[in-house]
Design a protein around this ligand. Structure first.
Ligand SMILES: Nc1ncnc2c1ncn2[C@@H]1O[C@H](COP(=O)(O)OP(=O)(O)OP(=O)(O)O)[C@@H](O)[C@H]1O
Ligand SMILES: [Zn+2]
Length: 724
């Protein structure tokens, strides 16, 4: 008799599952995680819904499943999500599975917790410390050993002494929970009328247990968080799980505090800075339904919630939701897919919705919940333009006189100022005064950025770093290298020169000290311990700085004009969000944007505070050009270590693109970032009508294309956000 077999998908670069034999007495269902032999090693794989897809295996060669992991099972909607993402992005199914298993190592045996309890026998000898401890434990309750010592204010050895004495007994306590239960009623806020209207709709949506997308569209500071917390509370009361996606760890920290104020405990936290042990524990807690609310980065989307009743995507417009490497997916879009698969409502929150989301709301596919005013009556600050052509700063400086005066006034009034410049480091370019040599990355077509705090030149694309050389590598001249253009570090230098008494701080993602330091510094700003903050896009995101009165956008033109179809949208979102940090507390907020093109529609919309005008213009432009969401796009990047083979393969690829009406293939052309990490890059772009199945087209194309051999790679990105 041939053995029973089962399809197992392995977390490798493979699309199809393998067939394995099921040992006698083992029952497996799709979603079960199993240990299977593979080559000389073993591996954890996932039992996949059998569609007869697995290749028939010679029964003589078939291997058996070794064991089933009993702490976790992937729920059906997660298996479907993995299939869906693999089909949509063309990534191998196994690689998508890997995102759900990446942290799937066994949580191991939880360290035993020992508790103590009074036995009723009096200690043979009494001391002051023993007295304190016996008093504490006189209530007969069990306490953790460390906890008892701490509460009584005695050393742990006193506990041990009384155990030896027989006055206390030890017992093993159950393991601590992965996360404590949030209390839906812990501190429910008094909502404004607009907030209550939106919250009521969300509570009803959670109760309805059906898929629906809501756009929580509220101006900066309108209290969107409090509103979607009501939806979370409703999910908790219904006994279901909730997932809150956030774009940035820096944001997560302040968020966790707010969650704690509302629900009494912290949510389970999920992102790359959480240790692997802890992650394994949370994963298990989620799978067992013990963890009710997870707040996390995009990868939290792949957690095995058995009973997901709500998904929130905060700051839904944030490009950080797009993963570019490996499986190229957009976490916001895939969150919508997961909500649909598990029949749950999803809330997309933003003050500056993405064009895609805005169009969906206008078409009525997403339900818009509007919060048009700030909570508590504060005003969203106005933005005044500073025309750099007419009233720019002197050479070698970046803060225009008018902005400088405003900063001085703000500091005098006891307020805080924020200068925004989306450029990390000291200077974006280093140039030799003698020969004109420019310092460039040895493995990318990019300039090296000087980081003066670290005294190094760094490549922002590949991470290459080197000390700043004493002599020019081009001509050998000494001390001839000079910085060109500003970064946040250089801007801070200017702040220190202009306002020597002011306390200034640079906030940027590449500061040493990691999350802890970032968190401490954000807190310091919120407490008003800094007068002038100089920050990159890190400061644009959702922070609440009550003392912040003035925002100056140092160069609003940075992101415009790179042939990137999303440049206008990005600029609008960033500047609007940065400005939205001001005037949230007592002081009224003001904002200035320095620009060379005040007549540009984006600048006009920002200055007039006319969000609708921006969406009108941008949506019309996208429609006209058949750009997303009015047309579909996919990019293909062909790369190789030598330029000629990358180009040759890109041309071959273009030649065998299936001819289908309505689909246009553009390129190949050398990518704007022509060399990255030593690999030469050529790009192709496929464009199709909106309703077209672009993924199917790409699959057919890939099947018709010559195989990429050697070190050739073809990276496919459906709905690309980056055009480098
Ligand atoms: N109902 C409420 N009761 C008390 N405080 C509130 C309430 N709603 C909002 N707030 C407070 O108002 C401030 C702004 O709220 P919140 O941060 O949620 O706004 P937001 O809409 O998320 O803004 P942004 O888009 O800028 O992130 C916070 O300090 C918040 O605690
Ligand atoms: Zn580089």
């Amino acid at each position: 008799m041939s053995p029973r077999t089962v399809d197992i998908l392995l977390p490798l670069g493979l699309d199809a599952p393998y067939s394995y034999a099921v040992p006698e007495g083992m029952d497996l269902v799709p979603g079960d995680l199993v240990h299977v032999p593979l080559g000389t090693r073993g591996m954890v794989g996932c039992v996949w819904p059998g569609r007869g897809a697995a290749a028939p295996v010679d029964p003589a060669k078939i291997k058996s499943v070794k064991a089933r992991l009993d702490y976790e099972r992937l729920p059906p909607d997660l298996l479907q999500l993995i299939d869906w993402i693999a089909d949509y992005t063309l990534a191998p199914r196994g690689m998508v599975l890997r995102m759900a298993l990446r942290h799937g190592e066994s949580p191991g045996v939880a360290r035993e917790r020992v508790g103590v309890r009074a036995t009723g026998k009096s200690p043979g000898r009494m001391t002051a410390a023993r007295h304190k401890l016996m008093d504490l434990l006189a209530d007969g309750f069990v306490r953790g050993k460390g906890e008892a010592a701490r509460e009584a204010g005695v050393s742990p050895s006193v506990v041990d002494g009384l155990v030896d004495d027989g006055a206390l007994e030890t017992l093993v306590l159950p393991p601590a929970p992965a996360a404590e239960r949030p209390d839906a009623d812990h501190a429910a806020p008094q909502l404004s009328d607009a907030q209550e209207d939106a919250a009521a709709i969300l509570r009803a949506a959670v109760a309805a247990r059906t898929f629906a997308v809501h756009l929580l569209d509220g101006v900066t500071g309108s209290g969107k968080t409090e509103v979607y917390f009501e939806a979370v509370a409703a999910a908790l009361k219904a006994g279901r799980q909730a997932l809150i996606l956030l774009p940035e760890i820096a944001l997560t920290q302040a968020f966790l505090d707010r969650f704690t104020l509302r629900f009494g405990v912290r949510p389970a936290e999920w992102h790359s800075a959480v240790g692997t042990k802890r992650r394994a524990r949370i994963l298990q807690g989620v799978a067992e339904g013990e963890v009710r609310v997870v707040a996390g980065a995009r990868s939290a989307l792949f957690l095995p919630f058995p009973d997901l009743g709500l998904i929130i995507v905060d700051e839904e417009h944030d490009p950080a939701y797009k993963q570019e490497d490996g499986v190229a997916y957009h976490a916001r879009d895939m969150a919508v897919v997961r909500a649909r698969l598990c029949g749950a409502p999803i809330v997309l929150a933003s003050a500056t919705p993405s064009i895609e989301t805005e169009v969906n709301a206008r078409r009525g596919r997403y339900r818009r919940l509007a919060l048009p005013e700030r909570f508590g009556g504060a005003k969203v600050p106005g933005l005044a333009p500073i025309d750099l052509r007419k009233e720019g700063p002197p050479r070698g400086r970046w803060i225009a006189p008018r902005l400088a005066e405003e900063i001085a006034q703000t500091i005098e009034d006891g307020g805080q100022a924020l200068l925004f410049l989306n450029r990390r480091g000291y200077a974006p370019l280093t140039l030799c005064r003698a020969c004109g040599h420019r310092m460039r990355c040895p493995s990318c077509s990019a300039w090296l950025v000087e980081h003066r705090f670290r005294r190094r030149l760094a490549c922002h694309h590949c991470g290459y770093q080197a000390p700043v050389p004493e002599a020019c590598p081009g001509c050998g001249a000494k001390d001839s290298l000079m910085p060109c253009g500003p970064g946040v570090e250089r801007l801070q230098e200017e702040v220190q020169t202009l306002f020597p008494a002011a306390r200034s701080l640079v906030l940027s993602s590449d500061l040493t000290g990691g999350v802890e330091r970032m968190r401490a510094e954000l807190d310091a700003v919120a407490r008003g311990e800094v007068d002038v903050v100089v920050g990159t896009q890190l400061v644009a995101k959702g922070h609440n700085f009550p003392g912040l009165a003035l925002v100056g956008v140092v160069d609003a033109d940075v992101g415009l004009g790179h042939g990137d179809p999303r440049a206008a949208e990005r600029t609008f979102q960033l500047v609007h969000q940065v400005a939205g940090r001001a005037g949230r507390g007592a002081a009224e907020g003001r904002g200035y944007i320095q620009t060379h093109m005040p007549e540009h529609p984006v600048m006009q919309a920002l200055v007039k505070g006319d969000r609708a005008a921006f969406y009108e213009t941008e949506i019309a432009a996208r429609q006209e050009a058949h750009l997303p969401p009015f047309g579909r796009m996919a990019s293909l990047i062909v790369s190789a270590t030598d330029a000629a083979s990358a180009e040759r393969h890109a041309r071959q690829l273009a030649a065998c693109a299936p001819r289908v009406e309505g689909v246009r293939v553009l390129g190949p052309a050398e990518a704007p970032l022509a060399v990255l990490r030593g690999r030469h890059r050529w790009r192709l772009l496929a464009r199709a009508p909106r309703a077209f199945d672009l993924s199917a087209y790409l699959r057919a194309w890939r099947a018709a294309a010559p195989r990429a051999t050697g070190n050739l790679r073809v990276a496919i990105d459906v709905d690309p956000l980056s055009f480098l």
